[in-house]
Ligand binder design. Structure first.
Ligand code: GDP
Ligand code: MG
Length: 162
């Protein structure tokens, strides 16, 4: 039978979260980071970058047929983006919950977009939408060396395992 620790380790996931140029420019970094932190998720990588347009196109490649694709890629590459990887049980799906619906007008109050954004073209944050995209996006934005594995002091309190 698996011990609690083994179950805990097996269920750990990582997701890619980015604060887009509008969130950075509006001074929302600490507000957004603190929501993931206070939840109990663990930060394993973080950097401030200005992606090129080509890089933005790679990041959003699944949207290349959409009419807003070019404007979206111009915007992402227009200024600093805070790129992060967060780790935790269920962090991919729950990260999306913390973020809220794509269109802030439809995001619930209490979510990041619901509380802090108004229109879809300036919705301040990106989060991977599933395990495959999380893996691809982490590999696109970070080298393996930039991902820091460590035991957080909080873990035994967040998960109840030693
Ligand atoms: P997300 O996963 O919730 O970020 O949403 P999508 O993957 O569907 O779209 C990626 C990003 O494209 C969104 O976060 C928005 O910034 C932008 N976007 C999506 N739909 C629209 C739209 O209808 N108009 C505009 N201007 N931007 C959009
Ligand atoms: Mg998406």
């Amino acid at each position: 039978m698996l011990q609690d620790q083994e179950v805990h380790a097996a269920e750990m996931e990582r997701t890619f979260i980015a604060i887009k140029p509008d969130g950075v420019q509006r001074g929302l970094i600490s507000e957004i980071v603190s929501r993931f932190e206070r939840k109990g998720f663990k930060l394993v990588a973080i950097k401030l970058v200005v992606p090129s347009k080509e890089f933005a196109q790679k990041h959003y490649h699944d949207l290349k047929e959409r009419p807003f694709f070019s404007g979206l890629c111009d915007f992402l590459s227009s200024g600093p983006v805070l790129a992060m990887v967060w780790e935790g049980e269920g962090v991919i799906k729950y990260g999306r919950k913390l973020i809220g619906a794509t269109d802030p007008a439809k995001s619930e109050p209490g979510t990041i977009r619901g509380d802090l954004a108004v229109v879809v073209g300036r919705n301040i944050i990106h989060g991977s939408d599933g395990p495959e995209t999380a893996k691809d996006e982490i590999a696109l934005w970070f080298t393996p060396k930039e991902l820091v594995s460590y035991t957080s002091n909080e873990e035994k309190w967040v998960y109840g395992v030693n």
